[in-house]
Design a protein around this ligand. Sequence first.
Ligand SMILES: Nc1ncnc2c1ncn2[C@@H]1O[C@H](COP(=O)(O)OP(=O)(O)OP(=O)(O)O)[C@@H](O)[C@H]1O
Ligand SMILES: [Mg+2]
Length: 242
Amino acid sequence: MIQFDRVELRYPGSPAILRDVSFAVEEGSFQFITGASGAGKSSLLKLMYLGLKPSRGRLSLFGENAEAISRDGIPALRRRIGIVFQDFRLIPHLSALDNVALPLRIAGARESAIREYVPELLEWVGLSGHLDALPHTLSGGQQQRVAIARAVIGRPQLLLADEPTGNVDDGVAVRLLYLFEELHKMGTTVLIATHNRALVERFSYSCLNVEDGRVSMVRGPGMRRPVPRPVGDSPAERQRGG
Ligand SMILES: Nc1ncnc2c1ncn2[C@@H]1O[C@H](COP(=O)(O)OP(=O)(O)OP(=O)(O)O)[C@@H](O)[C@H]1O
Ligand SMILES: [Mg+2]
C-alpha cells in the first residue's frame, strides 16, 4: 500500500530530517510509529498523505508513484485516506456533528445515513452530549475525539493517525484503539504515530521506529498476540446488542 524507497526529506534550509528511508506498509496491516519528539513521525505521515514531497528517493502510494500524481489527483487520493492530525484541524465554524459528517457529505452520503451514523460514532467516543458544540468550546481531548471520528467515519482504505491519544486519559486511549481495531477488521490499513509506550506494549502490533533520520522495524508483523478485552465493548458488538 505504501512503499518508501531511499527517501530523503529536508525542509528548506535545514539538514535532512529523514535519510535513506526504505520500508513498505502492507495492505491490511496495523502498525505503530514511535520515536522521540522531533524525530520525524509527523513528517513521515505527511509524506504519506502527500502533504510533502520527498527531497530524494521514491514513494509510492496505492501502487502509484507519488511523483506522478498530479495536483488535481491529490484530492481523490486523500478521499481514500482518513487523517487524524496532531493539531486536529477541525473546521472552527462547524459543530462536532458537522465536522464528523464532512467526509460523508463529500462522498455524497444520504442525510438520513449521516443523522444515523454520526451521532452513534460520537456517542461511542464519549461525546453524545456535544453534537452541536463548536470546536473552541470543547476540551483538547474532546476535540481530538471529534478529529478521530471524522477520520474513521468514511471507513477509509488507509488511516494515518498522528498522536491520536495524546490528549486523553488511558481508559479513553484504549477505547480509541478498539475503534481503530474495528476499522482494521473491516479492511483499513492503520498507522498510528504515538509516544504512548504503554499503549504500544498493550496492543502488540508491528512497530516502526524513527530515530536519527532512519526508520526501522522494531517489532515485526506476526508478533502480535491477541488482546483480551471486555465483551460488548466495541461498536460492532454493541450493534449486535452486546
Ligand atoms: N515545516 C517545517 N519546517 C522546518 N522544519 C520542520 C517543519 N516541520 C517539522 N520540522 C522539523 O522536522 C523535525 C521532525 O519534526 P516532526 O514534527 O516530524 O517530529 P515528530 O516526531 O512528529 O515530533 P513530536 O513527537 O513532537 O510530534 C523537527 O526537527 C522539526 O523541527
Ligand atoms: Mg509529531
